[in-house]
Design a protein around this ligand. Structure first.
Ligand SMILES: [Zn+2]
Length: 469
């Protein structure tokens, strides 16, 4: 029988598609139950969990995407898979409170478009498992943002809704007082509890208080915090008045170390009266580094005076991703250069931001918590850390993300600490169960492995596949 080219093409496409479907797990046979206490055990790491006041060598056992046990000497025989994390820090998955990820709309010069980035390329490789998009969308385009990004990302993407109904699309929209409706914004947020976790005001250039007061109205309706990027510095609305009488305790002031709107005392270089009032009232100080919101001349003296941020965030977007900001670990490194400890910066990327957005199921590794985990190494050397003015401060420590778990499974592994050697003849863990602890493909081992490379691995020398107990 003659096979037409079209038919051949359809056949090979079908084979390709079914192979792809298999490797993505759709056609795989169901996994056998795991009778052991853990799917995955992280062994011997230095656990830093601010919520539970843990700063010690401790193992973490994980099952069904949740933390099953935390403690010294958890048994490897109780887990399907053990990863040795000795010499590394084990942290709850990092939370980045201020990012811009509403891309894919095709709109130029807009944070609801080309100024934003797709989250997964910037998050998991830095230990970040949860991000908050800070106001790229408003109540009018949140559904589109949710469809395009939130529902399609591996990263847990949450949102602060812009008080501007049209979102962060440039001055024409962001200065339009008629598009700032606290009631409509709050009502929209109430429809998505745990996803819309805040209200954002940003980039406003006018003298009015309306954006901030409407944001607070929305925050009160949905019982969520407001995050303020204070826009243009206007004498008509001084920072001290914003934090004294417009914002509520629990609201968030981002770009805390920009120095552009009265954050710094001009005589001492330390925190201004406004920053001190913020702290006294329980308004959070968030870094929000971005492309133009972190200056050494501001941050260093304020830190030296003992004023530390509540949370470290990136303000990730196309304008910050490749300049001084780089990624959240680089921002954390900077805070260590000017006096913070590793324990403090980890707290400011985990439990603190979880509390700020009232998502206390995140940012900790209590038993029963979601098993989002960042495993970090501390490199030492000579490093330059660059601020918004392209000036640098030198440092000796650099955090590097070695391994990231999301919902209990490996989603990033820099040096293959979860992987077996390429020429191993047996799997270190039952490969039928691998989907319980990793999202990566597992190549068959044993005889099947040998058959793929008969020239390099003599088939007769390899034992038959075994079924691990
Ligand atoms: Zn921003």
């Amino acid at each position: 029988m003659k096979v037409s080219p079209l038919c051949r093409a359809v056949f090979s496409c079908t084979v390709l598609l079914s192979t792809a479907a298999f490797s993505q797990g759709r056609n795989r046979p169901p996994m056998p139950p795991n009778p052991l206490p853990y799917d995955l055990l992280l062994k011997g790491g230095h656990l830093i969990d601010d919520k539970n006041r843990i700063d010690a060598i401790s193992d973490v056992g994980i099952k069904d995407g949740k933390v099953a046990a935390v403690g010294a000497d958890l048994k490897t025989s109780d887990a399907l898979k053990t990863i040795d994390v000795k010499g590394l820090y084990v942290s709850p998955g990092l939370i980045d409170l201020h990012t811009h990820v509403y891309t894919g709309t095709g709109e130029r010069g807009s944070y609801a478009g080309d100024e934003s980035v797709y989250p997964d390329g910037f998050t998991l490789r830095n230990g970040v498992t949860t991000i908050v998009d800070a106001g790229s969308s408003g109540w009018k385009n949140f559904d589109d943002f949710k469809d395009k990004i939130i529902d399609r990302s591996k990263t847990r993407v949450l949102a602060e809704l812009n008080i501007v109904g049209s979102g962060m699309r440039g001055g024409k929209y962001e200065d339009n007082l008629d598009d700032m409706d606290g009631k409509l914004t709050g009502d929209k947020a109430k429809l998505f509890p745990g996803v819309i976790v805040g209200v954002k005001s940003a980039h406003f250039t006018g003298p009015e208080w309306k954006p901030y007061d409407q944001a607070v109205i929305a925050g009160n309706i949905a019982n969520i915090p407001v995050m303020i990027d204070y826009g243009a510095n206007r004498v008509e609305r001084p920072l001290i008045q914003l934090v004294s009488s417009h914002l509520r305790p629990g609201d968030i002031y981002t770009h805390c170390f920009s120095g552009l709107r009265g954050e710094q005392d001009q005589k001492t270089g330390g925190p201004s009266e406004a920053l001190l009032i913020m702290r006294k009232r329980g308004i959070y100080c968030d870094v929000g580094h971005g492309g133009g919101s972190f200056a050494w001349t501001v941050a260093a003296p304020i830190l030296k005076a003992g004023y530390k941020p509540d949370s470290i965030s990136t303000d990730l977007h196309i304008g910050s991703m490749n300049n001084g900001m780089k990624d959240i670990l680089n921002v954390a490194d900077k805070m260590m250069v000017i006096g913070e400890t590793t324990q403090e910066v980890i707290a400011q990327m985990t439990w603190h931001p979880a509390r700020e957005i009232k998502q206390e199921q995140l940012g900790n590794l209590s038993v029963g918590a979601i098993a989002d985990v960042a495993v970090l190494s501390m490199e030492t050397g000579n490093y330059g850390f660059v601020d918004m003015y392209n000036t640098k401060m030198m440092g000796t420590k650099k955090l590097v993300c070695e391994l990231t778990l999301k919902d209990g499974k490996v989603v990033y592994d820099l040096n293959g600490i979860s992987a077996d050697m390429w020429d191993a003849t047996e799997h270190s863990a039952d490969q039928r169960q691998s989907r319980r602890w990793t999202t990566f493909n597992e190549r068959p081992f044993g005889a099947t492995h040998g058959q793929r490379f008969p020239a390099s691995v003599p088939v007769g020398s390899i034992p038959a596949p075994t079924t691990p107990k």
